[in-house]
Design a protein around this ligand. Structure first.
Ligand SMILES: [Zn+2]
Length: 464
């Protein structure tokens, strides 16, 4: 998911107050990432309009430019930079079964359009398409934008429901409405499961489930990779595990010290699990854990209920071998990757690796002040040498080595080469921000991260 705005304040309350009429749909939209759990879809018919409202709308409709589904499809293909604005309220994106998948997408509630559009489209010539559920709010939104001086505004007059019913690409802000989880666990190979998180920033709406929470069910208990971003999310994952086995969760491995890897640890400790982390991640938790906890609390508010810091119980440096029933499981540190203490779970006999944040594909990888991209590329060789056939990355669906190589190692090599050119020419940080990263523009979180990544590599390579 691209940027969603405004923040999802009061989401739960809105959910309760929205009074949305939900009805069973006989024809769910065809998408490759359709939620397993959303069974209900809103009633098809738009509410009846009063004569006065109809008259007001028809006046506005004469001033604006409508486009239909085929035209929007063609436009997004020809000009992916078109800014698509969904003017529904954030909770409608969840309750009405998602939003249009577009490269540059924003959710700006119609009532906030005047006040927030500058941030997302500072240039008045920006190509913009607005839409709503039924072409009621979107003509008004298009009209407003034109009054604000925007010169290239179109109204997608078919509206979201027609797009969705046509089976066109839709994304979801939550795939499991009855759970804190963004999506429920899926079995990747027999005994190994993963609840795939949103490939998006953490939001109130996705309850912080924006990374993969995976687990291995052995004859002697369960091993979980990642504690989850908060106590209640960890508990929700445990609820799902309990549906599959009565055995206890014995180990919880933290892929690193990021909030979504470790903040649920206090829940798991209370269940008697042993928390495993690399020594560098443990150090990070000690140094920075309180800041990470504070920012999670401000982001997730009531959803951070009971979330506290917990220190890892078992700390290692290179390798930890665990024998759980018939399963031989290795927890490995192969070298520096995206953040301190990035580790992975390797099951040699199944040729499956739960790679954590060493490997990315669906979303653009993030670089931090302490990321060493040259070292990450070296670590990659060791990672590739494992010979994994199935990779459950830190984010996004399970995949294979070719795909993660393309979007991790190859991206790092590409970006470093581009920045090296800038440095060679005596360019500045501003020039670095402008390097062409368009081959990766289709990835999730590209808008949030591409420029930041270029800046990080520039500052690091200046000193290499
Ligand atoms: Zn991550």
């Amino acid at each position: 998911m691209k940027k969603l705005h405004p923040p999802f304040a009061m989401f739960l309350l809105n959910l309760l107050l929205s009074g949305a009429v939900l009805a069973q749909s006989d024809k769910p939209a065809k998408t490759d990432n359709a939620p397993a759990v959303i069974a209900a879809e809103p009633a098809i018919d738009a509410p009846v309009l009063s004569a006065a409202a109809k008259a007001a709308l028809s006046k506005v409709n004469k001033r604006i430019t409508p486009i239909n589904t085929d035209e929007l499809k063609a436009l997004l293909k020809a000009k992916p930079e078109t800014v698509v604005i969904d003017v529904r309220n954030p909770e409608e994106l969840t309750l009405q079964g998602g939003y249009i998948s577009a490269t540059t997408f924003f959710n700006i509630t119609r009532g906030l359009l005047e006040f927030q559009i500058d941030t997302f489209a500072p240039n008045k010539k920006t190509p913009i398409v607005v839409y709503s559920s039924f072409n009621r709010r979107s003509p008004l939104a298009a009209d407003t934008l034109m009054q604000l001086g925007y010169t290239n505004v179109k109204n997608y007059a078919d509206g979201f429901f027609k797009w969705k019913r046509a089976g066109l690409p839709v994304k979801y802000s939550d795939k499991a409405l009855d759970s804190f989880l963004y999506s429920k666990p899926q079995e990747v190979i027999p005994g190994v499961w993963s609840a795939i998180g949103a490939t998006a920033p953490q939001t109130y709406e996705n309850s912080g489930h924006n990374n993969n929470l995976s687990f291995v069910i052995t004859e002697e208990g369960v091993l979980v990779m990642n504690a989850g971003a908060n106590y209640l999310l960890a508990q929700s994952l445990h609820e799902e595990i309990k549906k599959l086995t009565k055995l206890p969760v014995k180990y919880v491995v933290l892929e690193n010290a990021q909030s979504h890897a470790m903040l649920g640890a206090s829940y798991w400790k209370a269940q008697g699990a042993t928390i495993i982390a690399h020594k560098d991640a443990a150090h990070e938790i000690q140094q920075d854990g309180h800041n990470i906890l504070a920012s999670t609390r401000s982001r997730l508010r009531d959803k951070a209920f009971k979330t506290e810091l917990a220190t890892p119980d078992k700390i290692f440096e290179d390798k930890l071998e665990l024998k759980m029933g018939s399963w031989k499981i290795e927890v490995l540190y192969l070298g520096p990757a995206h953040s301190p203490g990035d580790i992975m779970v390797w099951i040699p006999e199944k040729k499956l690796v739960i790679s954590g944040d060493t490997a990315f594909h669906e979303r653009l990888l993030p670089l931090f002040d302490n990321t060493n991209t040259a070292a990450w590329i070296k670590t990659w060789d060791k990672f590739e040498a494992l010979g994994a056939q199935t990779i459950i990355p830190g984010h996004g669906r399970p995949t294979h080595i070719a795909e993660v190589t393309k979007y991790t190692k190859d991206y790092l090599v590409y970006l470093r080469a581009k920045i090296a050119e800038v440095i060679k020419k005596g360019g500045s940080l501003q020039d670095a921000y402008k390097v062409d990263q368009s081959p990766y523009a289709h990835l999730d979180t590209y808008d949030e991260l591409a420029r930041v990544n270029a800046g990080m590599v520039f500052r690091a390579m200046e000193f290499e």
